[in-house]
Write a protein that binds this ligand. Structure first.
Ligand code: ZN
Length: 130
């Protein structure tokens, strides 16, 4: 099993765009990785109005062996995980991204399943860091 070390720039762009267009509601999604790089974001359909409902939706997901973690947005400027976020992280996945307003390339952070901050490189495909 590969260590997750990066995120494809296209996947990150998708996250930024989806978060922006969902504002002031939350955006939630599931991350899929290949060869240690997050390549795909599965957007979860439905109307979400709060952190609680976003997390509830994630908890109800069927177990998907290709999923490596989750992403959700905070309409505030805080990228810190809530207690509910930490509870979710500990249950599922290896990497979790929180993106906060204003949803730009500096307003996101990645965490491991303990809620410790981790570094993800932005790469192209599964290739070299940009
Ligand atoms: Zn949250």
């Amino acid at each position: 099993m590969f260590q997750i070390f990066g995120i494809d720039r296209e996947a990150l762009a998708l996250i930024l765009g989806a978060s922006h267009s969902s504002h002031p509601r939350e955006f939630v999604g599931v991350l899929r990785a290949r060869e240690g790089v997050i390549q795909e974001v599965l957007l979860l359909p439905g109307t979400l109005s709060s952190d609680e409902s976003a997390l509830l939706r994630l908890r109800m997901l069927p177990i998907d062996p290709s999923a490596c973690g989750t992403v959700h947005s905070h309409p505030s400027t805080s990228v810190s995980p809530s207690q509910a976020d930490l509870a979710l992280f500990s249950k599922f996945g290896r990497v979790h991204i929180i993106i906060a307003a204003p949803y730009d390339e500096r307003s996101w952070r990645a965490y491991d399943h303990h809620g410790n901050k981790i570094e993800l490189k932005v790469v192209r495909g599964t290739g070299q860091p940009i």
